[in-house]
Design a binder for this molecule. Structure first.
Ligand SMILES: [Zn+2]
Length: 265
């Protein structure tokens, strides 16, 4: 009884099954730096929020001190004017000093208003500092867990790659070098998928019609080194008789059609 596919095609299908898994694990591995960067960015943003709220808090303390000093200075002037009032001889000089006292008292009132504003601000900034620090702590706690998860997933992916590379070395052992080069070229061109099943007289990867005489030749083909290619996408074609048991178990046909769905022809 004839095998479901030629022996050489079966070795290539086995290799493709390994390569598809390698491709998937490598894609997984390549996504880790971005995930780590996202975690780092969240921590950096939370730290920046703490720094910003602390800067605002510090600023309001400085402003408060400035207005406290203003109040003291204007009060000192009022005392000085009052002292002078007792020594003036003329009504005019007295009135002038009274005017100075009124001006200074108005300045005191203004500075006290601003001081009050800054005290209200200070309460708000204290609240913001506490909230941002709490938020930072939560983000950092979460980041620790996320980094540990990423590290564990990365280690698992690296282990998978090592195992798959060993599996690939075994898979390529029986494939002649020129055929392997040919396969690798198609793999590079088609993002990991070099073989396509002929189904309903069409290439299972790109969907283009495979001419009937090509299918006839494929069905007749017994020679192990006789390969047929899709005229459109150049992938290596294989054909599984509908009533044949023993179709490739790893399902490269489905994977090949999945590649078509992503337009990677
Ligand atoms: Zn094709």
């Amino acid at each position: 009884m004839r095998a479901a596919v030629q022996k050489i095609l079966q070795t290539l299908l086995d290799l493709q099954a390994v390569d598809i898994r390698l491709h998937e694990v490598r894609a997984r591995l390549a996504a880790f730096p971005k995930k780590t960067a996202e975690v780092d960015a969240r921590v950096a943003a939370a730290k920046a929020a703490v720094e910003q709220s602390k800067a605002s808090q510090l600023n309001t303390i400085k402003e408060r001190k400035k207005y406290e000093l203003d109040v003291e200075q204007w009060k000192e002037r009022v005392r000085k004017y009052r002292d002078q009032t007792s020594q003036v001889k003329t009504n005019e000089a007295y009135k002038a000093l009274q005017h100075e006292v009124e001006m200074a008292e108005a300045e005191i009132a203004k500075a006290e208003d601003r001081l009050l504003e800054q005290m209200v601000n200070a309460e708000e900034y204290d609240r913001r500092v506490k909230a941002s620090e709490k938020d930072l702590k939560e983000v950092e706690d979460a980041a620790r867990g996320q980094r540990a998860k990423i590290d564990a997933e990365k280690a698992a992916a690296e282990k998978d790659i090592a195992a798959l590379e060993a599996e690939r070395a075994r898979a390529v052992a029986d494939i002649p070098e020129n055929l392997l080069d040919h396969y690798d070229r198609i793999v590079r061109k088609h993002n990991g998928i070099a073989l396509a099943e002929v189904r309903n007289e069409k290439c299972g990867a790109c969907g283009m019609i495979v001419r009937p005489h090509v299918i006839q030749e494929m069905r007749r083909a017994k020679g192990e080194d006789e390969l047929f290619h899709c005229e459109t996408c150049t992938r290596i074609l294989y054909y599984i008789e509908a009533d044949q048991p023993g179709a490739p178990a790893s399902g490269p046909a489905q994977q090949a059609s999945a590649a078509t769905a992503h337009g990677e022809c």
